[in-house]
Design a protein around this ligand. Sequence first.
Ligand code: BEZ
Length: 251
Amino acid sequence: MTQEWDPETYSEHARFVSDLGAPVADLLEPKTGERVLDIGCGDGALTERFRRAGCQVVAIDTSPEQVWAALERGLDARIIDATELAFDAEFDAVFSNAVLHWIPDVDLVIERVYSALRPGGRFVAEFGGAGCVASIRESFTAALGERGVDGASVDPWYFPTAEEYRARLEARGFSIDSLQLFPRPTPLPGDVSHWLEVFAQPFLGGVPADDRPALLQDVRSRLEPRIRNADGVWVVDYVRLRFAATRPAEA
Ligand code: BEZ
């Protein structure tokens, strides 16, 4: 089962993703007139910050529904997979928030971003790092295991350590300006079942459709003692990997 994004559901249950992405957008330090590529723009809520800063922005996403929502904001949004980027040295900066952990072809994306940047251009991004949503991964693995399904076979996420990702960027020739892995416990606006329905579709696809409500309930029960606090708020154990890197200027 592939992950799908519905702009309305996303806006209702996952607006915190773009709200909490503001610091990484600031890290890019957008300047008037710069050309910026936003990888995985979603509905374009964060992309708009670059446009407001006077940048010319190209926003890409694989979800037609999200691209449509971004177009409705008046953005130059396009349906393009990050592994199929074909830009050649035409951006001053490439940005991405909360997307790179969904793409298994890690080195290919780094390669395409490098090619899309002009020499001296910057790559600024944040995504899930080692240990991210461990409580959720472990709960799915246990619940699926009891159903005879190997959780790893449907796990969609890539959460690298800081050392691993630094090495991959450097191997392509990026120079690292900053790179940190840090915990960011994230309170949810509602019940964790909404989060699971929005973000964990590949795990739910591990069982037949008629078993999905029971799987969801099972995972929720396993999570409750771990990530629901005394006030009843669900606080997800996000870990972020945030970096700024530069394609070196040609000598
Ligand atoms: C994120 O947006 O950072 C995220 C989404 C799904 C799983 C883990 C992290």
